[in-house]
Design a protein around this ligand. Structure first.
Ligand code: GLC
Length: 556
């Protein structure tokens, strides 16, 4: 088997993921809320950009107190967004355009409006009581464990009716499921099985470490959680039996060495977001010093063959900086979000990349150049490809969940509804649809959209970027990251200058003498001789090369 065929076999290792919220993407029926049919109408936009895997944020029935992450029916579709029929049509159309679809899987908690929880809180002997985690004695102070410290005082809330406390790592309206209960485990498997039958290609698994933690479980439940990763292995085994090439992409924001446990020996999660590298990248950008980023990349542990890091620079949540030290976080805040209204939960930013770098196009492009050049599977959050900004007046994380900006028209072309009926207003001011929108940028060859599209093309035609091994190349400037990714004789060399001053870099890529480095973004090439290569980068400049071996008949 040619090794290149492995790129279709392990498709997730060279995918380009695009996360969108159906609610904010495109409103096809003019009611002010995006819908599934709207995503279908925009599927060619995503195909043209080069997306290969669509990640749909939760579209299940919900009271919407956590933007859909609070679910009342795991098998349903939120009626505001569409029907099961619409979801099937979306998946089918995406597949026709060469895109896979993954869905958010929420198996840590439900909404408190879920029928199970409503039943569970009726009495302590209700058959659904044990679907959740309860304690009868007064809990200790858990204020340092609340994920949303601005809203919650701890992770236990007293239920007046039955006079016990229930567990919730997130909001108190999101009770944690008791995953030690075999009935809950069965239901989780059925949910996975159900959506696989509908046609999804896998799941982004929400809040993984939280549901593997045995907090406050007693008796048989505690025994069932004695080997918590067994639960994840069972989920993976079930998924892979039902659909061999379906994937689990986990949200696991823990240090690298702990992440290894969630890959296990290759029988747990296929992929995890690399939260550590993301945070260190912002530290490096804030300092104009590439070393923290290089250190994070080099400290990535070895992972099993089927596993992969998903890289990202923005997601739908706060841009978390929780794994930096307090001093490091203060540096990033000072550089990219100095005002309190830009910060959230004391650990993150409510901002998108372009406003963080004062709209400097060189720096915006530097960030996306890094995203696609660093080894891993890149994941974009909708609107990044056109450089959308945030609405700092929106509540909490909703600042970055504003309507997609399609055109300079009313409501940014997102909806024909009167502006007062939109579920959220488009970003106001200089990053608004008048100045930042997809249709203008698609027509402008020099736009960010066309730049990101080009990066995606290069990424897709260089599978070494997803599959290869990393070498950080020695060179004299701390501002510069020079790295090489190699796989099966294929090599990409990329050089990024995180500082604002031009730098001349002398490099010795690890390739045979006589190889030719061909530039991938501009016209230039270098022959690798005995001495070092010298290249000059502008401030915030970047260069990408692939290695051309004479006689190997590689296409550009
Ligand atoms: C995850 C989601 C976040 C949500 C939370 C609770 O962290 O990314 O958006 O609020 O889980 O479901």
């Amino acid at each position: 088997m040619s090794r290149i065929t492995e790129t279709s076999d392990q498709w997730w290792k060279t995918a380009v993921i695009y996360c969108l919220d159906i609610e904010t993407f495109f409103d096809s029926d003019g009611d002010g809320v995006g819908d599934v049919a709207g995503v279908v109408e925009r599927i060619d936009y995503l195909a043209e950009l080069g997306v290969t895997c669509l990640w749909l944020m939760p579209f299940y029935p919900t009271p919407d107190r956590d933007d859909g992450y609070d679910v009342t029916d795991f098998y349903g579709v939120d009626a505001r967004l569409g029907t099961h029929g619409d979801v099937v049509e979306l998946i089918r159309t995406a597949k026709d355009r060469g895109m896979r679809v993954i869905a958010d899987l929420l198996i840590n908690h439900t909404s408190d409006q879920h029928p199970w929880f409503k039943a569970a809180r009726r009495s302590t002997d209700n058959p659904f009581r044990n679907h959740y985690v309860w304690r009868a004695d007064t809990p200790p102070d858990t204020s340092d464990m609340a994920v949303f410290p601005d809203q919650e005082e701890g992770i236990w809330t007293f239920d007046e009716k039955t006079e016990e406390w229930y567990l919730h790592h997130f909001y108190s309206h999101q009770p944690d499921l008791n995953v030690a209960n075999p009935k809950v485990r069965d239901e989780i498997m059925k949910t996975i099985g159900f959506w696989l039958e509908v046609g999804v290609d896998g799941f982004r698994v929400d809040a993984v470490p939280f549901f593997l933690e045995d907090v406050g479980m007693t008796g048989e439940d505690a025994d069932a959680m004695a080997e918590p990763h067994e639960h994840l292995r069972n989920i993976r085994a079930f998924l892979s039996r039902r659909r061999g090439d379906a994937v689990l992409l986990g949200e696991v924001n823990v240090p690298h060495e702990e992440q290894v446990k969630y890959f296990g020996d290759g029988h747990q999660l296929h992929m995890m977001f690399d939260f550590i590298t993301m945070q260190k990248m912002y530290l490096a950008l804030a300092r104009g010093d590439a070393r923290p980023l290089a250190e994070a990349l080099l400290a990535r542990p070895e992972i099993p063959e089927d596993c992969q890091w998903a890289t990202f620079v923005r997601n739908h949540d706060e841009l978390t900086l929780d794994k930096l030290t307090e001093e490091e976080r203060a540096e990033v805040f000072a550089a990219f979000g100095p005002e309190e209204r830009m910060q959230i939960y004391g650990r993150g930013l409510k901002r998108r990349v372009p406003p963080m770098v004062d709209g400097d196009p060189r720096r915006v492009r530097l960030v996306y150049s890094l995203l696609f050049a660093l080894p891993g599977t890149p994941s974009l959050f909708y609107g990044e490809e056109i450089g959308m900004g945030e609405d700092l007046e929106a509540e909490g994380r909703m600042a970055v969940r504003t309507p997609m900006q399609w055109s300079p028209e009313k409501n940014g072309g997102f909806s024909t509804a009167p502006p007062s009926r939109l579920f959220a207003r488009p970003v106001p001011g200089g990053y608004g649809p008048e100045f930042v929108n997809a249709s203008d940028q698609m027509r402008d060859p020099d736009s960010l959209w066309n730049f990101v599209r080009r990066l995606i093309q290069i990424y897709r035609s260089h599978p070494e970027l997803g599959r290869g091994s990393l070498t950080v190349l020695e060179q004299p400037h701390p501002e510069v990251l020079a790295h090489q990714v190699s796989w099966e004789g294929r090599v990409v060399v990329a050089v990024h200058n995180l500082g604002g001053e031009a730098r001349t870099v002398s490099l010795r890529p690890d390739v045979p003498t006589g190889s030719v480095l061909e530039s991938l973004l501009v016209q230039e090439e270098y022959e690798v001789g005995d001495g070092a290569l010298e290249l000059t980068l502008d401030g915030y400049g970047y260069r990408w090369f692939h290695v051309h071996h004479p006689g190997r008949r590689r296409l550009p």
